[in-house]
Design a protein around this ligand. Structure first.
Ligand code: AMP
Length: 399
């Protein structure tokens, strides 16, 4: 079955058409600048060149129409008609406590996703826009919602509670939810396969290190803790997000800098992380690695602080699971940066981690990068959230 995987943001829309049997991507691309000037569709058929079509996209409906037209085009398309797309899988950022797994979309589910919008006001409304546009254009095609938060719904209460009055959880749902769940789930399952074991017998720590970054503790196949919280701001130091901090800092910056609460939140989300720590040098780890290697102080401090925070979470999650069998690196930085992996592993001598420096140089493939006698395995597992969504969708429809 052809499954169209859609990841819809407020002004962008990424898509992949995946054959659920062969798990091959037949076409992929993205619509950029939806609703603003300069909209364009970037479309690429498997094995083909990227095609760029610049055309106004006043809304998501128009964007999805353009995607459908490209996929069914006689020359550059990959399916002869819309009816050959068996299902649409939508990535949804926040499923709150309502969704602990993926679901087939219907009016009730859409209403529940809407309710979760208070928890993710920037993301869920954009996701819903994509759902509504697809439903209008493909009314007979089943649709599935796959939630970023769902995998972490197995966390025990002590891991998801904040130390604030309990009534705020009861009244407003203020608790830790965690994100990147599709990636943590996919990578932990794949890591077990690569290790030749069942995930039900392993304690794994997954480090999803990209522009957004999070760590999770996956015990016997279930998430028992993760570093992001109510929103994706908590946890690791990220590209532009602060990660964990003393909440009193918010008040102090607001007073001293004469900023509103909204402005301070903007600073913590967009001007902090390694970008802020490096004095504005870059949020991109390729630049920061260069700076680190050239001993540029701003780069060195940003990289050191980032690496230290990851190592600290690995220690915490080893404690949470009373041990760890494997540590997995994934996402842009985790998959590609031998330096960052090596600097993190320098902290893990107490776990008997020994890196195989040659294996650590490999990129873009499932690899065990620890030596055979390393007490804890260390792996690189490229994440594939689109494939994970397609698998979820196929499994749900087969039920
Ligand atoms: P993601 O959000 O998963 O796309 O990851 C983006 C992050 O991965 C950015 O900070 C990139 O600089 C980083 N990244 C991608 N490729 C490399 C690379 N070859 N070496 C170091 N960092 C990389």
């Amino acid at each position: 079955m052809n499954i169209l995987v859609i990841n819809c943001g407020s002004s962008s829309l990424k898509f992949q058409l995946i054959d659920s049997e062969s798990e091959q991507v037949s076409a992929k691309g993205l619509c950029e600048r939806i609703g603003i000037t300069g909209s364009r569709l970037v479309y690429q058929k498997a094995g083909g060149e990227k095609q760029i079509t610049e055309s106004p996209m006043p809304d998501h409906k128009k964007a999805i129409q353009m995607v459908i037209d490209a996929l069914t085009d006689q020359e550059s398309g990959v399916v002869s008609s819309l009816s050959l797309i068996g299902c649409v899988g939508h990535r949804i950022v926040h499923g709150g406590e309502r969704f602990a797994s993926s679901v087939v979309l219907d009016d009730q589910v859409i209403a529940a996703i809407e309710t979760c919008s208070t928890l993710a006001p920037l993301h869920n409304p954009a996701n819903l826009t994509g759902i509504r546009a697809c439903r209008e254009l493909m009314p007979d095609t089943p649709m599935v919602a796959v939630f970023d938060t769902a995998f972490h719904q197995t966390m025990p209460e002590e891991a998801w509670l904040y130390g604030i009055p309990y009534e705020y959880y009861e009244k407003y749902g203020i608790r830790r939810y965690g994100f990147h769940g599709t990636s943590h789930s996919y990578v932990s399952k794949r890591a077990a396969e690569v290790m030749g074991k069942k995930s039900s017998e392993l304690k794994l720590i997954v480090c999803h290190l990209g522009n957004g970054a999070s760590v999770s503790a996956v015990k016997y196949g279930q998430s028992v803790d993760t570093s992001m919280g109510l929103t994706p701001l908590e946890g690791l130091i990220m590209g532009t997000r602060s990660g964990d901090l003393d909440a009193a800092i918010i008040e102090l910056i607001a007073h001293r800098e004469g900023r509103t609460l909204e402005e301070v939140m903007e600073i913590l989300n967009k001007e902090s992380g390694v970008l802020g720590l490096s004095g504005g040098l870059s949020s991109d780890f390729r630049d920061l690695e260069d700076a680190y290697c050239e001993n540029v102080p701003q780069g060195v401090r940003a990289v050191r602080a980032f690496v230290y925070r990851v190592a600290k979470y690995i220690g915490a999650y080893t404690a949470a699971m009373n041990g760890v069998d494997g540590i997995c690196f994934t996402a842009g930085l985790g998959e590609n940066s031998a330096l960052i992996r090596s600097l993190i592993c320098d902290y893990l001598g107490y776990l008997g981690v020994q890196l195989d420096q040659e294996q650590n140089k490999k990129r873009g493939q499932d690899t065990i990068i620890s030596t055979p006698d390393s007490k804890t395995a260390v792996l690189v597992i490229p994440t594939n959230e689109e494939l994970a969504i397609a698998r979820e969708a196929a499994a749900l429809l087969q039920k």
